[in-house]
Each structure stands twice: as structure tokens, then as C-alpha cells.
Design a binder for this molecule. Structure first.
Ligand code: MRU
Length: 356
């Protein structure tokens, strides 16, 4: 299931083709479909930082392939030197964005695979790095498909579903997380409407979610973030499904800035608020949402709309990219291992405590 076509070929957020890492530049959507080959690890880091590739699972997969790109010319190194370089490059990639745990998780997984392998040459180590990255990529598709299966029963004929930001195919390798139940329901012939919050300041909802759902033939309505309350008040929204960048051990969830407001609204209007994510987003080492590092981005994203300045020169600006929704506002977390309900502390540990 590709997102679209370019010159007759399927387009995916991330492709690994004949040893080449190709990313769909999401900053150019929906106007242009541009694929960009990643030549160096610095370029991969920059693509993650600039949100050319974005969404928690997708940056994990891109980071893992970034290590292949980083190490492919280091096959003449001995084991110790190779592992040292690998760690250095992983740290470089990890410094691109702090909130989504999937990036650190994927990088650590590649390092662990190389560490635990008993091969000695750089060529063999590169092979371990490459096959682990491919494994993470393939797994991401399967995990999202399972999220879809577990979330599918929630979607009933004629429902209105609100989502925030983009937790869709573009944010993963396929299916998405929040959108996975939607794609599966659509495939089954169930009709429903999706309200896609615009998601200021970078408009992932209107530029990306609306675009990919429209491509798939799903009924989607773009609304600005401040319209969500009115849609709920009018009885148009039967449930909310969003993605997440990190789930803390107590069930608090970090997601795109504005998600907290949506959760509070859903609570007020008594609308179920679901969060969808794969196991790689659950971080049992972070006790609560308070300990999640929230990325603060360039003020220009707030003071400008496109290229046009929309705030006075010199004004003070805050631009946190994410917020934390406390677990008591979350109805359930839809994961690849099933639906996790409160009490989260206990149920998350029971389901994910045995590691990967
Ligand atoms: O800043 P972004 O666009 O990377 O933010 C993405 C989100 O907040 C998504 O909802 C989250 O990463 C889950 S993606 C399946």
C-alpha cells in the first residue's frame, strides 16, 4: 500500500532500494512529491531535524538506515574502531530530535545487534547494521498493521473521528498508527468521516493527514485547531484517535502540540480519546510525562505563515513541538499487542515489561 505514485512508481515515506536510502520530502507536500536520496549521515540528521522525514516510527526507521549510510565506507575498520564510529554516528543522529523515543530505541537496537554479534570485520559488522535496519523497517509495517486490527472494532458505520497532526502512513513505514484502524475499516467498506486538525504551526494535519486520507479515498475534512470544540459540540465527533511520540510508564503520552487541548475537550464532551502506537513508542524507563523532553523549535515557525511574517519583529515566542496528555484523559492505548486500558502503570508493564 503506497501513498501515491511518482512517474508510475509507488511512493513511500521511506524506501531502501539497492543500498540507497530514499526519503519522501514531507516539507514539500501536498504541492510537490519530491524524493530525496540521502548521501551522508549529516544529511539524514538534517532531514530528521527539518521534518523531511517525521513521525515517531518513521524517524526510528530513518535513523537506523542513517547508520548504514554512516558506516558504509568504514568496512576497513576493525571491530573496536567500527563499533566506536557506530556509537558516534548514533549520537549524532539521536541529537536531531529529542521527544520521540523511537529514534533512540532504533539506534540502540542497531548498536546492540552489532555489539552482540561475534563477527570481527567491518564488512560483516556493516551487514549486521544493514540487516537490523531492514528488520526494524519490516517490523514497523507489521506492528502498524496489528494496531489497525486491534483498533478496527472501534470504527462503526457513519462515525466521525477526529485526529491531530499526522500519525499516518507518512509518519510510519505503512498504515500509520492512528490511521491504521481507519485504513482497515475503509478496506472493509465501512464509511466514516475524519476531521483532521490543521495542527499549527507546521500543519501536519492539513498538509499530510488530509492529503494521505484523500489519496486513499477516505472522507476527510480539514479544520483549524480552534474548530475542534465546535465540531464536538455539534455532535460530529464520536471519537478521537491520535498517535504519540512517547508513552511514559504511567500512561502519560507526548504528542504534537495541541493534543492536550483535544484530550481536555474530548473529556468535557464525553468523547472517547484513544492513542495509537507500536511497542517501540512505549518507554517504561520514563516514569511519567514530566520527564519527557519536549523539543522546542525555531520561533520562525510561529512568527511566520509560510514565508509571510504574521507576528511583530522581536516578539517573545514559545514553540514547543509537543505536549503531554495525562493518562487520566486517555480512554485506551491501541497497540500492536492489543488494547491497553487503565490502570496503565500495571497494564503497560505487564504487556511491555519483558522488553522487545
Ligand atoms: O513533529 P512531528 O510531525 O514529527 O510530530 C508527529 C506526531 O506528533 C505524531 O503524532 C507522532 O509522532 C506519532 S506518528 C505515528
Amino acid at each position: 500500500m503506497s501513498i501515491g505514485k511518482l512517474n508510475g512508481k509507488d511512493v513511500r515515506s521511506i524506501a531502501w532500494e539497492d543500498g540507497r536510502l530514499i526519503l519522501l520530502d514531507q516539507t514539500r507536500l501536498p504541492e510537490e512529491t519530491v524524493l530525496e536520496e540521502q548521501q551522508t549521515v549529516e544529511q539524514v540528521r538534517e532531514s530528521i531535524r527539518q521534518l523531511k522525514v517525521r513521525g515517531a516510527p518513521a524517524i526510528g526507521v530513518a535513523g537506523a538506515y542513517g547508520l548504514v549510510v554512516a558506516m558504509r565506507d568504514s568496512t576497513d575498520l576493525d571491530r573496536a574502531a567500527f563499533l566506536g564510529e557506530l556509537r558516534k554516528n548514533a549520537a549524532l543522529l539521536e541529537s536531531s530530535r529529542p521527544t520521540a523515543v523511537n529514534l533512540a530505541w532504533a539506534l540502540r537496537r542497531v548498536i546492540r545487534a552489532a555489539d552482540q554479534s561475534n563477527v570481527t570485520s567491518g564488512t560483516e559488522l556493516l551487514e549486521v547494521v544493514r540487516s537490523t535496519a531492514e528488520e526494524i523497517h519490516a517490523e514497523d509495517i507489521e506492528l502498524c498493521r496489528r494496531i489497525g486490527e486491534h483498533g478496527l472494532p472501534l470504527i462503526q458505520e457513519g462515525m466521525g473521528i477526529l485526529t491531530h497532526c499526522n500519525a499516518g502512513r507518512l509518519a510510519t513505514s505503512e498504515y500509520g498508527t492512528a490511521t491504521a484502524p481507519m485504513y482497515l475499516a475503509h478496506r472493509k467498506g465501512i464509511s466514516f468521516r475524519v476531521y483532521s486538525d490543521e495542527s499549527r504551526p507546521l500543519l501536519q494535519g492539513s498538509r499530510l493527514t488530509a492529503w494521505e486520507l484523500q489519496q486513499a479515498g477516505i472522507e476527510v475534512w480539514t479544520i483549524t485547531d480552534n474548530m475542534a470544540a465546535a465540531m464536538m459540540q455539534q455532535g460530529l465527533v464520536d471519537m478521537v484517535i491520535v498517535g504519540t511520540d512517547r508513552v511514559a510508564a504511567n500512561g502519560d503520552v507526548a504528542n504534537k502540540i495541541g493534543t492536550l487541548g483535544v484530550a481536555i475537550l474530548a473529556g468535557y464532551f464525553d468523547i472517547p480519546f484513544y492513542v495509537a502506537c507500536p511497542a517501540s513508542t512505549v518507554d517504561l524507563d520514563t516514569p511519567t510525562g514530566e520527564e519527557i523532553e519536549i523539543e522546542e523549535r525555531d520561533p520562525e515557525e510561529v512568527t511566520h505563515f509560510g514565508l509571510r511574517r504574521t507576528a511583530p519583529e522581536g516578539v517573545r515566542v514559545r514553540n514547543p513541538a509537543f505536549d503531554v496528555t495525562p493518562h487520566h484523559l486517555v480512554t485506551a492505548i491501541i497497540t500492536d499487542r492489543g488494547m491497553i486500558e487503565p490502570p496503565y502503570e500495571e497494564n503497560l508493564r505487564r504487556t511491555f515489561g519483558n522488553g522487545w
